[in-house]
Ligand binder design. Structure first.
Ligand SMILES: [Zn+2]
Length: 313
């Protein structure tokens, strides 16, 4: 695994002036156009070190962007983890205790466990539940092409394909396999519900300026797609898109976990080929053309090791 330090082009900034908000929930801002239309939630910092979302959300607030129709809510999720950022260990501020993007089931939210992330998820629960359409902004440890991640519902695919940027889609027919992500909370996790689209966008490597720029662009695209703002003129029509279906999620079982070769994501394995060794288990490609997403940078037991996918189209 490569552990070379990343270049830190974009650093966290002080968010204390965004704490107050106007909803009674810290770091949640809501703007009602007073006209009929969808309620869109733009959520940043589900993972504390994924600062591109902070750049996009502060752009909306600093520029005074207001919805022409419907309601716009802008939230900063895990500010507590974000504030623990240390440039010497820039990956560490992803979370304090729990992964805030795996706790959105009733079992976790109504359960007896406690942590900064569970407290924050419980506070944000009505914010997420109230939204028709959700954009949850993330970034990746490795410098790979940006991609969407969403449950395999038509309402999600339609929005992501129409927006068309990024051009790569990771589609989850059976969820993530490692907990319930924010975009699957409540009716957004149900097939055939009246929910709108709920998408994760992975905008590129955490600390790159290009990642922050894409997060802002996709956020504006998302708001324009649902009619909250006027689309920017001159935006090119979406080009060809590539979709991948999630087949398997593996969790790290052993500190000796290792990949069979250096990987950063999007490597392709033939059926039966060894992808990684996970304790006494061999992770082998279940199909030809098996493409890996989000390989772990470090073997932390209990965390996601790798996602195995296959091309859909
Ligand atoms: Zn993330």
């Amino acid at each position: 695994m490569t552990l070379s330090p990343p270049s830190l082009e974009v650093l966290p900034r002080d968010l204390s002036s965004y704490r107050q908000g106007n909803t009674g929930i810290p770091y949640v801002h809501r703007f009602d156009s007073g006209r009929p239309g969808p309620h869109v939630l733009v959520n940043a910092l589900t993972h504390g070190n994924e600062i591109c979302g902070m750049v996009a959300a502060t752009h909306l607030l600093d520029q005074g962007i207001r919805p022409l129709t419907g309601v716009l809510t802008v939230s900063f999720a895990n500010v507590q983890a974000y504030e623990s950022f240390d440039p010497a260990e820039p990956f560490k501020s992803r979370q304090l205790v729990h992964n805030l993007n795996r706790v959105w089931s009733p079992g976790e939210l109504d359960g007896a466990q406690d942590s900064p992330e569970l407290r924050r998820a419980r506070a944000l629960r009505p914010v997420v539940a109230a939204a028709d359409h959700i954009l949850d902004i993330h970034s990746t440890a490795q410098d790979v092409v940006p991609f969407w991640v969403y449950p395999a519902f038509e309402r999600n695919a339609a929005a992501a394909l129409a927006i068309g940027r990024p051009a790569v889609h990771l589609v989850m027919p059976r969820g993530l396999g490692s907990g319930t992500p924010l975009v699957q909370h409540g009716r957004h996790g149900e097939r055939g519900s009246d929910a709108g689209a709920a998408l994760v966008v992975e905008c590129g490597q955490h600390f790159l300026q290009a990642t922050a720029d894409l997060a802002t662009a996709v956020t504006l695209d998302f708001l324009a797609h649902f009619g909250l703002i006027v689309p920017k003129p001159g935006r090119p029509a979406p080009g060809p898109q590539r979709r991948f279906e999630l087949l398997e999620t593996h969790l790290i079982k052993s500190p000796e976990f290792h990949f069979s070769r250096p990987v950063q994501g999007f490597e392709v394995f033939a059926k039966g080929e060894l992808v990684a060794t996970n304790g006494d288990e061999e992770i082998r490609a279940p199909v030809d053309g098996c493409t890996i997403f989000m390989p772990a940078r470090e073997p932390v037991v209990g965390k996601e090791a790798v996602y195995l996918t296959r091309p859909m189209d």
